[in-house]
Design a protein around this ligand. Structure first.
Ligand code: GLN
Ligand code: ZN
Length: 768
């Protein structure tokens, strides 16, 4: 342990929430789209927010502030602009007006499709997917990076531009429209590197001492060819003479085989994640002989969850790291973009719980405290350490995080509790007899249009303009409308339409103990869309039924079977901030037990079909394949725990919305649900073929109506999709339904589409 390296320890972060305290950026951008905010005003708002963030970071004691992490929409799209990979169809618009063209790439226009959007690794942030092909010509445009660096430098701050690295950029890309699917964007590396070289030189000329290149794609399993490309990229960039010092950053998981590649590269520094599964980086780094002669930026503060750090534990990690690198700096594990801005804004959260929470601002303070402790000894941070110990103790000992009744119930769960009383084949027969459905039964995925009146009613309730009774009457009126439409349309298994739900996770989170809601806890989902994920802070239990009266009301209106509708345990975790003080599987089990009670109450109230949605099952898959079996084991067990208490004749449905899922078919089978509905309309029933290829033995409803578009599918089109589905799934096991819920659709297209869907089912039934 050299005191020289410790004394130099500095605090930094890789990025900060972009939106501003009151989401000023969202309002400015949306105002700009509506023509109310001109370009100059938008730019001024953005510059003001960047400046406020930098000054806030510097005031907090951050030694090196990030630049270039700001974005009007998405930092991967910014990289696309930086490397000049503008898709052909957007080039004219970008040339005519760069900002308008930028937003056109992000959102599309009447005539031109936007770039595709997908999730940024395993976060809930979405980026715009670069479109590349063999004809792609890159051209450097460092203007945004250089300008933002200069803004920070002009404030007298030490700034470090942060760029998406060239390997990750290519690995995130997909073949442009018209380019064969087999095209590998990584083949463009040699063409891309000179562009990065130019940007680096221009940043150097602007005065940047260090530049950070983010390579999170390297925490995923990579082929030897990909690792070889990585080695080549950093050998070439390292060999440049006119460049700043390079810090290659990774986060969200451990580097694995990429660690020796980067450690051996001629770059001056690495930034590594040491939280969660990435903690394995510590031993791997020691085994690899450390980073002699390099700077190590240690991400010891979890940048993507909302809990306070265990400072003592982080100091121990940092102490070990001191012996492994030339210089050790302290950071959050990833950009703070993934957490809300400031926990102290939460005036409604119990002050006792508030002490356990750290949002971006609090995490920044933790990073600074740790750097201080590392540089000057723990004596200088004795006060912070004592307060941290007390806060951690308060969390560990709180009845909120430890409810003995919940714990003993979870411990008592046996394997039998996670199994239906009869195997699928036997209970399928019981269900057939019980439900008396035709072949190719029709149903929907749950929600019906969330009308403006419903949203207004909810706002009125919140504002006290209407009382609970008035609001609930609005909800019942909506259920009447939804049920009567479905009866008239001839749908076989009805739903109540979910009008009472603001959101499929939040609705349940509000009714379960252990969850808390924030008032200002906004996190960017994509572009100007922000979400406020609930915080799963404590032990979970269900004080009372959550959905039964709405489902029962729908049942009272019709002779036909009505399907109850719940959100599954994995999705309840995936779209929340989850506790980090126990394994995720333990938390999932608690949520599953609460849902199990709801399932049984629905059944007791006479609900013959119950659907438990798990759209997040696949998106929560760990980044490393080695971690997936353990995840799928607890995830599928939690689902089964929530659903397997019912009688054989009660039919359990589940729903997921993606078109590619060959990698989780086994897991889907392990859910032991009776029926699954899936997205399939756009991919011409691809999922049906995948299910067949894996000999999936249960009933399935590959969607025949693409609900992501206002377009109404014709009855012939839906019938054709059904005939395609029948080639993969026998008629006894094929359901007819849309791709997903209808909450974002309007009533007119919903009516027409569902009528066509029923007509298609009738036509194809007649052909059987
Ligand atoms: N039941 C939900 C709905 O219909 C499912 C939503 C989802 O899969 N994301 O809205
Ligand atoms: Zn869905």
């Amino acid at each position: 342990m050299t005191s020289k390296s410790a004394a130099a320890a500095r605090a930094t972060v890789y990025g900060y929430p972009r939106q501003g305290q009151d989401r000023e950026l969202k309002r400015a951008i949306e105002g700009h789209w509506k023509g109310r905010v001109d370009t100059a005003a938008l730019r001024a708002t953005a510059a003001g927010l960047r400046r406020a963030n930098w000054l806030q970071l510097a005031d907090a004691g951050v030694h090196e502030v990030p630049t270039g992490d700001f974005s009007y929409y998405d930092h991967v799209l910014d990289t696309t602009v930086m490397v000049g990979a503008i898709p052909e169809r957007h080039r004219a618009a970008v040339a005519a007006d760069p900002l308008a063209g930028y937003f056109a790439m992000a959102r599309g226009t009447q005539d031109v499709a936007p770039l595709e959007m997908t999730k940024w690794f395993d976060t809930n942030y979405h980026y715009l997917v670069p479109e590349l092909g063999p004809d792609t010509v890159f051209a450097a445009d460092s203007s945004k990076q250089v300008a933002e660096f200069r803004e920070a430098a002009a404030l007298g701050l030490t700034a470090r531009p942060v760029l998406v690295g060239p390997v990750t950029y290519l690995l995130l890309a997909k073949p442009a429209p018209g380019v064969p699917a087999g095209f590998d964007p990584l083949t463009l590396l040699d063409r891309l590197l000179p562009v990065y070289a130019q940007v680096l030189a221009e940043l150097r000329a602007a005065g940047a001492g260090w530049v950070q290149l983010d390579e999170p794609a390297l925490v995923q399993d990579r082929t030897p060819a990909e690792l070889g490309a990585t080695a080549r990229a950093y050998r070439d960039l390292g060999a440049l003479t006119d460049r700043p010092q390079l810090l290659v950053a990774s986060y969200f998981d451990r580097l694995g085989d990429a660690l020796p590649v980067l450690a051996g590269a001629p770059v001056e520094g690495l930034a590594l994640d040491f939280t969660g599964p990435a903690a394995a980086n510590l031993d791997a780094l020691a085994a690899a002989g450390g980073l002699p002669g390099k700077r190590l930026v240690a991400g010891v503060v979890d940048g993507r969850n909302v809990w306070i750090n265990d400072l003592q534990k982080s100091l121990a990690t940092l102490g070990t790291l001191l012996g492994l690198a030339d210089r050790v700096d302290v950071a959050a594990s990833c950009s703070l973009l993934h957490v809300p801005l400031d926990a102290t804004a939460e005036k409604d959260v119990d002050p006792q719980i508030l002490r356990w929470l750290a949002f971006a601002r609090q995490k920044t303070a933790e990073v600074v405290t740790l750097a201080e402790g590392l540089a000057r000894g723990t004596g200088t941070i004795a006060g912070e350490l004592a307060a941290n110990r007390a806060d951690l103790a308060s969390r560990a000992g709180s009845p909120i995080t430890r409810d003995p009744a919940v714990r003993s119930r979870a411990e008592a769960v046996t394997d039998a509790d996670t199994r239906r009383s009869q195997p699928y084949a036997e209970r399928a027969a019981a269900q057939r007899a019980h439900l008396g459905l035709p072949l190719l039964p029709t149903t929907t995925v749950g929600s019906f249009p969330q009308t403006a009146e419903l949203r207004t009613a909810r706002a009125d309730l919140r504002a006290g303009r209407i009382g609970t009774a008035g609001y609930e009457e609005r909800v019942r009126a909506e259920i009447r409308e939804v049920v009567s439409f479905q009866e008239k349309a001839g749908i076989d298994v009805l739903v109540h339409g979910e009008p009472e739900r603001n959101d499929m996770v939040q609705y349940f989170a509000e009714q379960l103990t252990g969850y808390l809601a924030t008032r200002h806890g906004w996190v960017q989902s994509y572009g100007t869309r922000y979400v406020r994920p609930p915080v799963l802070a404590g032990d979970v239990s269900r004080p009372g039924p959550m959905t039964v009266r709405w489902t029962s009301y729908a049942r009272s209106l019709s002779e036909r079977p009505v399907k109850g509708m719940l959100t599954g345990p994995v999705t309840m975790l995936a779209w929340s901030f989850v506790r980090d003080d126990q394994p995720l599987g333990d938390t999932a089990r608690q949520v599953a037990l609460a849902l199990r009670d709801e399932v049984l109450d629905l059944e007791a109230a006479g609900t013959p079909v119950i659907q438990v949605d798990e759209p997040a099952l696949r998106e929560t898959l760990p980044l490393r394949a080695a971690d997936r079996p353990a995840y799928l084991a607890w995830a599928t067990e939690a689902f089964r725990l929530s659903t397997s208490g019912v009688r054989p004749q009660t039919q359990i449905h589940t729903h997921m919305c993606y078109a590619e899922f060959g990698d989780v078919v086994r897991a889907i089978d392990d859910l032991d649900a009776d029926v699954i509905s899936l997205e399939a309309a756009r991919s011409h029933m691809q999922v049906a073929r995948e299910l067949a290829a894996h000999a999936y033995p249960r009933e399935a409803g590959p969607g025949v109506y693409d609900i992501h578009s206002p377009r109404v599918p014709s009855a012939e089109e839906a019938a054709d999709l059904l005939r395609t589905g029948l080639r993969a799934i026998p008629a006894e096991r094929l359901w007819v339904n849309p791709d997903c819920g209808l909450k974002t659709r309007g009533w007119p297209e919903t009516r027409a589409s569902l009528e066509n869907l029923v007509a298609a089912a009738r036509t194809v039934r007649a052909e059987l």
